[in-house]
Design a binder for this molecule. Sequence first.
Ligand code: EPZ
Length: 421
Amino acid sequence: MDSILVRGNGPLNGQIPIAGAKNACLTLMPATLLTDEPLTLTNAPRLSDIRTMTQLLGSLGAEVVPLQQGQVLALSSHDISNHTADYDIVRKMRASILVLGPMLARDGHAIVSLPGGCAIGARPVDLHLRALEALGADLELRDGYVHAKAVGGLKGAVFEFPIVSVGATENALMAATLAKGTTVLKNAAREPEIVDLAQCLRRMGAQIEGEGTSTITIQGVDRLNGATHPVVTDRIELGTYMLAPAICGGEVELLGGRISLVEAFCERLDAAGVSVVETENGLKVSRKNGRVRAVDVVTEPFPGFPTDLQAQMMALLCTAEGTSVLEERIFENRFMHAPELIRMGAKIEVHGGHATVHGVEKLRGAPVMATDLRASVSLILAALAAEGETVVNRVYHLDRGYERVEEKLSACGAHIERIKA
Ligand code: EPZ
């Protein structure tokens, strides 16, 4: 298995292009199942999770052809020839559950494996199922699979999510586009990935209003058509690379970045003493002198501080002046990077959903192990600011969500290289 070697660094300077969003692309791809016409996604990221979704859609009879080195995906699902999403693929990637709503909406039946737990928490899919039941689906859980039927098709309904869920909102939104009548989704997720999905579905002929607010109204239509849609910028990749100059010092321009994608995060960076300015081409981030200041962080659904940037922010706060408290409110087990950061000399105490970080002047390089995608990149950020060498093992997590990480960082002067297994 590959690992990444990082040598502690001075200031970083340069430009980093930000890719299309993994989490938007993973919900846009299953939208192909809603139509027999071609769907083309541009600005797609080149990641192993995208290849897993390609494999899953292929197993259902859809065709996904990567063009322009994978930056364009040409999808078509003339027929759905197999309505079963197998455990072997679903267990690799939870976003696989997003094929359930579209298959059910188009053909009135689907069988999808339950994803099971994952490293950052139990992550049930009950809200996906309850929303689809509200739309008239008959669901049965048997042998680890959800067997779903909607004889005569799905029917529009009012459904209020008891807690905000990105994936459940996406599944229900896709399903409702082909349901009979009007669906109102209340307490819906407001993430930019939901807005992007709604915009794509509208290009495909869906009638949707209110995306980006907590109430989304969908007027069902008989059929959807093909479309071409650019995937929105990855706000988590953006935030991750914004932290590189914040941690190492220097000035880096993130091409394609916008403050509106990461406003709550920018507010915390500003409080920590990191400068962020919007430019013609993106965002310029700089930290010129001294250590950053400690700040407290609470993760929340959008527009709050994203859970997917909590690990990376913790890496920054490890060397801040003072004590910071990070509260994780989305996932119950998302501090697994803390013990690894402690191995690099960080002072962190974790109590349930709170982590207290006492800033130290310097971290030290060490061999560390990544436990999930965002944890692995937080270790790389910490390593850039550490004295000596760090080897980050188990980088397959990283490849799920960050394309060409070594290239992007070394273009700004970082000493980082991949060691092939
Ligand atoms: C999406 O996961 C993202 N994944 C996650 O990104 C992200 O961390 C998360 O949203 C929160 O922003 C994709 O978009 C593919 P949720 P999702 O449903 O949709 C609970 C990354 O690193 N819940 O909004 O699965 C759940 O356990 C990843 O890129 C239920 O209880 O997240 C969690 O506590 C990791 N029942 C909370 O809701 C359900 O049926 C929010 O989860 C669904 C969720």
